[in-house]
Structures are given as C-alpha cells and as structure tokens.
Design a binder for this molecule. Sequence first.
Ligand code: NI
Length: 167
Amino acid sequence: MAILEIRIFPDPVLRSTCPAVETFDEDLHRLVDDMVETMYAAPGVGLAAPQVGVEKRLAVVDVSVSKEPERLLVLINPEIVESSGREVDFEGCLSIPQLSEKIARPTHVRVRAQDLDGVPFELEAEEFEARAICHELDHLDGVLFIDHLKGLRRDRIRRKLRKLELV
Ligand code: NI
C-alpha cells in the first residue's frame, strides 16, 4: 500500500468528467487500497479517484475515518438513484485545504454502485454520510463543493482562494 499525492485546486484533473471503471482487476484493488490509506492518512472522510490524479468513476468514503471498519464504502461507478431532504452544513475538501463553507445537501440518498468484483449493490445513507457521498460523487463529474455557492458567497470564496494563492 502507498500514500498517494492528493491533487490540490486548481489542478485541472479535478475538473475531469471521469469515465466508468470497466476492468475489475488487481490494479483496481491496489488503487482502492492506496486511496483508502491516503484518505485515512490525510485524514479525511472521503476521497475520489480524480483527487489522486486518476480519471475513473471510483470513490471511497468512511465517516468513521477507520474507527469502525464496517463503515468503509468502496463505490465504483456510483450513481444516486434517490435523494430526499435538505440540510445546510459546513463542508470541506482535501483538494481545497483551509476552506469550509455551508453547503446544502440531501439528508438521505440511495446509491447504486459496483463492488471491487464488479457486482452491483445498493446502499442507503443519511445525514453526514449522505453529504460525504454526494460530495465524492460530484468529484467524478469535476464538480467541487465551492461550485454550489452562489452570488456573494461565491465571490467571497473566490477572493479567499486568490489570497491563498491557489488561483
Ligand atoms: Ni472533496
């Protein structure tokens, strides 16, 4: 296992629309192991493949940050098939360090994905876990949490990013 380099905004790979995973092989297993290790080392509650420079529809989420092994979700080719509720809460991203903003997300999601062997499954998540899943799935389409901000809040975050010399 290895800790991978986390790509930082405005790295263009963070704006990629990632193609589906089609090959479920040893390389994929290794990539997932490395992404999980990288997420825990950061530490973070989620990591999407483009954040480590890999353009694939793949994300890992663990809202317990390794404290409860059964909470680890490996989501390959995931899609949200149902969502409901709405909650505004603080959110951050390993690729945009030092920033957190209040973002609206659904409080409940049903997700369809494939496991490491390509077998389809569905899961349901609530509250913070639902938020983390929505955030990571956005990454697979090149969407960042700051893109959900509008108007003055969006202008303010752009100024902040410039101050951090990220843009
Ligand atoms: Ni993120």
